[in-house]
Design a protein. Structure first.
Length: 127
């Protein structure tokens, strides 16, 4: 899945650069601007008299491809992060409850009957 995301990201970058170049190559309506400076006459020689229509159509198709790839990559990233989040959760394990046998239990009367150690009557004096 990550290989496809990488390939689609590369295609998105290429389409983005191509889309910028297409917009810059188009002749503006006032016959000035960047389109004429970047060889506006050359595009007319290449595509013929219908240069405006060809470049507009290519821009239209590249814009559609750009938005579809962007939306597809967005959905792929959401899917990728949800899969990672589900794998990162801690597994649940069931263990049997620990039971203490009745014979091992110490009766409360035995604990109370044991006398506590008496404190020393005289503190030890050190020379």
């Amino acid at each position: 899945m990550s290989i496809l995301i990488g390939l689609f990201t590369l295609a998105l970058v290429v389409i983005s650069i191509f889309l910028v170049l297409l917009v810059l190559a188009q002749k503006s309506k006032s016959d000035g601007g960047v389109g004429g400076a970047l060889g506006g006459g050359m595009t007319e020689a290449t595509f013929g008299a219908d240069t405006g229509n060809v470049l507009s159509r290519m821009t239209h198709y590249c814009a559609i491809a750009f938005f579809l790839l962007t939306f597809g990559l967005y959905l792929a990233q959401i899917n990728r992060h949800s899969v990672i989040r589900n794998k990162a959760s801690l597994p649940t394990m069931e263990a049997p409850a620990l039971t203490i046998p009745a014979a091992a239990a110490v009766p409360a009367s035995a604990v109370e009957a044991t006398p506590a150690a008496a404190p020393a009557a005289e503190p030890a004096v050190q020379p």
